[in-house]
Design a binder for this molecule. Structure first.
Ligand SMILES: [Zn+2]
Ligand SMILES: [Zn+2]
Length: 464
């Protein structure tokens, strides 16, 4: 088999990996790079022909995060015969998120925030619907291309990352023997609040393994119940002193997990039942999909509903915002990295100087983002300066700033135990910073010297 990374393999760029399985061309995911804009954010689809001398017959979309699905409309425009396979929940989420992305790209162009034309339009998306095929977890489906010399069968397994997320098993024949490839995509083998841990097959020949948390020793040293407990204590202290807690979240996945957790804390009496929870934007539509699929997708507790947690809209007007910020209250708003000019950035600027308030970080604040700058300032000590947006500040930080590890990704020990359990001949490390992949490669080789470990380069064809 041939493997070719079309999206950047270092860090969390556009996920898109091309496989030639004995003549059938398969793209694993079709993402966009969240740090880039316009055509630069796309995977290099041209390399499928130029470098692999092949064609995309099928695409598998593992989950509805933009770094895995944001370029799907561009891929199917370029390879008009390619079918796109996904779970039913992922399709429902794409039906909301891709049109929203088209509208946002248009808005940014109209406002002069980007010089690039939108990568696709809402009208174009309607025409793509017949290309989307959905499959249940565990069900086999055919992925053989017209030039395939043997059949290829795909199968989805629950990845435990967000609603609808799946790892993919590909079974095919090569040189007269059966081979299996397993692509973890983004994975979490432990239960979150809504989504239970992933369930993967017991073995594979080639494992394409994510390594997001490879350089995070603390993630492996804390447990979710401990983090939940620390979150409960901090939040109840902030509310008891009349403060407002800002929880910056990713709209897709983390927001719904946090809302259900807040609902549980209210039911347990850990925080007052009448304290208002404010939300905004498209996370409400996504919550609807979470709730609609609660009896048909893996759940920790199918009776938990995101909409059952009372929510109020964050008001648009500045004066009304000021009123609700008097507290106590909880704001669950995007973006998770507090990028300007998102609501979490706007609200944080109004809150950081107030010692009663708190910013509770529930994701991994990436280097160079306002969320990371705030976290670093808080570590420096009371009153340390932070720049949250150009032309504002620096501001002294007096509010509580704490980070909680509610990751949607497996920690590095868990990733190693996957290798241990699935006993692959070959591991391909993807979706992680260079130091994360260093740690993973070193530890896999140490425990399994017979396993071949590759760190595929962006753009080079690898024969496995
Ligand atoms: Zn993801
Ligand atoms: Zn990802």
């Amino acid at each position: 088999m041939k493997f070719l990374a079309l999206g950047d393999t270092d860090g969390i760029g556009a996920s898109c990996h091309f496989l030639d399985l004995n003549g059938s061309g398969i793209a694993l995911d079709a993402g966009t790079d969240p740090q880039r804009d316009g055509p630069d954010s796309l995977p290099r689809f041209d390399w499928v022909g130029d470098r692999a001398d092949s064609y995309v017959d099928h695409t598998l979309v593992t989950h509805a995060h933009h770094d895995h699905m944001g370029s799907l409309p561009v891929l199917v425009r370029r390879f008009p015969h390619a079918m796109a396979h996904m779970t039913d929940a992922t399709k429902k989420l794409l039906d909301i998120l891709l049109p929203a992305s088209a509208r946002l790209q248009e808005k940014r162009r109209d406002r002069g925030e980007t010089t690039h034309e939108p990568l696709f339009t809402e009208d174009e998306l309607e025409a793509l619907h017949h290309l989307y095929l959905t499959h249940d977890l565990g069900q086999g489906f055919d992925l053989t291309g017209p030039k395939g010399q043997s059949s290829v069968t795909g199968r989805f397994f629950s990845a435990g990352h967000i609603l609808g997320s799946a790892g993919v098993e590909l079974q095919f024949e090569e040189w007269g023997r059966d081979r299996r490839v397993f692509y973890t995509s983004d994975t979490n083998m432990q239960a979150q609040t809504i989504i239970p841990g992933g369930e993967y097959p017991d073995s594979t020949d080639v494992l394409i393994l994510e390594s997001t948390q490879g350089a995070e020793p603390e993630a492996a040293a804390t447990s979710r119940p401990e983090e939940r407990d620390r979150f409960r204590k901090t939040l109840s202290q902030v509310l008891a002193r009349g403060g407002t807690a800002l929880i910056p979240v990713f709209v897709m996945g983390r927001a719904q997990e946090i809302l259900v957790l807040l609902g549980q804390l209210k039911r347990e009496g850990a925080i007052p039942a009448d304290v208002p929870i404010y939300t905004a934007g498209s996370m409400r539509a996504i919550a609807g999909v979470y709730d609609d699929t609660r009896n048909t997708t893996p759940r920790v507790d199918a009776s938990d509903e995101v909409y059952a947690v009372d929510q109020e809209r964050v008001p648009y007007e500045s004066e009304a915002k000021r009123e609700i910020l008097e507290g106590p209250g909880i704001m669950v708003v995007s973006s998770g990295m507090m990028i300007e000019p998102t609501l979490s950035n706007v609200l944080a600027r109004r809150m950081v100087e107030n010692e009663d308030d708190a910013v509770l970080l529930v994701g991994h604040p990436a280097e160079g983002t306002p969320a990371r700058r705030l976290q670093d300032a808080a570590v420096e000590g009371d009153g340390a300066p932070v720049m949250l947006a150009d032309g504002h500040g620096p501001q002294p930080v007096y509010c509580t700033v704490e980070r909680f590890r509610f990751s949607g990704h497996s920690d590095r020990r868990e990733l190693l135990s996957l290798v241990e359990r699935m006993t692959p001949e070959t591991v391909l490390l993807i979706h992680g910073d260079p130091d994360a992949k260093d740690w993973m490669a070193e530890h896999i080789k140490e425990a399994h010297p017979e396993t071949e470990v590759h760190r595929p380069d962006w753009g080079s064809v690898l024969e496995v």
